[in-house]
Ligand binder design. Structure first.
Ligand SMILES: C[S@@+](CC[C@H](N)C(=O)[O-])C[C@H]1O[C@@H](n2cnc3c(N)ncnc32)[C@H](O)[C@@H]1O
Length: 343
């Protein structure tokens, strides 16, 4: 049968897409089981040596090594493997690491499986879904740090005046929904008189945040506790309360009492800094490549009992409680920082 040269070859396109996804799943296994890291330490190694160094089963490592070779993460000479340039780029400590992309891929698959079932009943199990995959949760903080820490340093910190002010005067910064604590570490590294308190719902995140702060010599100034952000209480008023991709986790069910709690926990002239992706009011914008992932994220958020927010909707909610909000937008308007000051 003659093929129409004008018609896009969907099958070919989709085969390529499937291979890209498969490649990221192979990378995921190498990241979460320290296989890339073990090979970096060893330089070159056979399957038995990789398995011993990573404390993994040699039978599984043999099959994984072939797959990692096939997708270009490992090079091989006979039975001896080494990291390729692409494999080295997946190392969590590589400059501008590709590791977050493998995490995003596998968590998307997990959430797709969950929402496909849950859609039938309408059940929304909440934040616990994130903890269902034992190899994923411990990597969430590293994934978010790998995705956003550099962007914060290069664009947001220099572009939003509150960060220069905090850098100058120090004081108490509180991070609600702090993940692995990367944001407080980034601020504390620059300002010796800054103290930080991070709070997160997952014990795993809090333990990681404490360990990483200790490792950087910041453990005496940064503290992390487990708890529900909706009920946070401070012993003293804060100079800055930050929520990075966390406000949408406490929004549903009425956010006004929570915003009043934030306001009443600030020093005079203190501020709240909210960082959220800006959910567009015009659906056609979701077709932009930079926003497609956001549309899928909003389905995943639904499973967790959340939904993404518009920056102007956030600003209005803070203004309604007597704070003075200002919106700064980054990354073609996808990322929004809303700084709301106590007046
Ligand atoms: C998308 S993550 C962002 C983490 C971190 N702020 C960052 O930017 O890397 C959202 C975080 O909020 C936490 N979280 C969600 N709901 C919470 C709640 N009610 N109380 C405390 N933490 C919560 C989650 O455990 C998760 O670490």
């Amino acid at each position: 049968m003659a093929t129409n040269p004008e018609k896009p070859d969907f099958k070919k396109q989709f085969r390529t897409m499937v291979q890209s996804s498969q490649s990221l799943t192979v990378a995921y296994i190498g990241v979460v089981n320290d296989l890339f890291a073990a090979l970096k330490r060893l330089g070159t190694a056979d399957v038995a040596a990789i398995a011993t160094a990573a404390h993994m089963d040699a039978g599984y490592v043999r099959r994984w090594s072939d797959a990692a070779f096939a997708f270009g993460y490992l090079d091989a000479e006979g039975e001896v493997f080494r990291l390729s340039e692409m494999g080295a780029a997946m190392l969590p400590d590589a400059a501008d690491t590709l590791m977050p992309l493998s995490m995003t891929m596998v968590s998307s698959v997990h959430m797709a499986v969950r929402s496909a079932s849950l859609m039938r009943s309408g059940e929304r199990p909440g934040e616990t879904v994130m903890a269902e995959v034992e190899t994923l949760l411990p990597w969430f903080g590293t994934m978010l740090e790998g995705t956003f820490a550099r962007f914060f340093e290069e664009k947001i910190r220099p572009g939003v005046p509150i960060f220069a002010e905090i850098n100058e005067r120090g004081g108490l910064v509180v991070d609600l929904g702090c993940g692995n604590g990367w944001y407080l570490r980034a601020l504390a590294r620059r300002c010796g008189s800054l103290r930080g308190l991070g709070l997160d719902g997952f014990e795993e995140n809090v333990a990681q945040a404490m360990r990483l702060a200790q490792e950087e010599g910041l453990g005496d100034r940064l503290h992390f506790i487990q708890g529900d952000a909706r009920e946070f209480k401070l012993d003293q008023p804060a100079d800055l309360i930050a929520m990075n991709r966390a406000l949408h986790h406490v929004w549903e069910g009425g956010v006004a009492p929570f915003i009043r709690r934030l306001r009443d926990s600030l020093r005079p002239r203190g501020a709240v800094a909210i960082w959220e992706p800006d959910w567009p009011s015009d659906r056609s914008i979701l077709r932009k490549p930079a926003l497609r992932g956001l549309a899928l994220q909003n389905l995943n958020e639904h499973v967790q009992g959340n939904h993404l927010l518009r920056a102007d909707q956030i600003a209005e909610a803070f203004a309604a409680e007597g704070l003075a909000p200002e919106i700064s937008r980054f990354a073609d308007g996808v990322e929004a920082i809303i700084v709301a000051r106590r007046v």
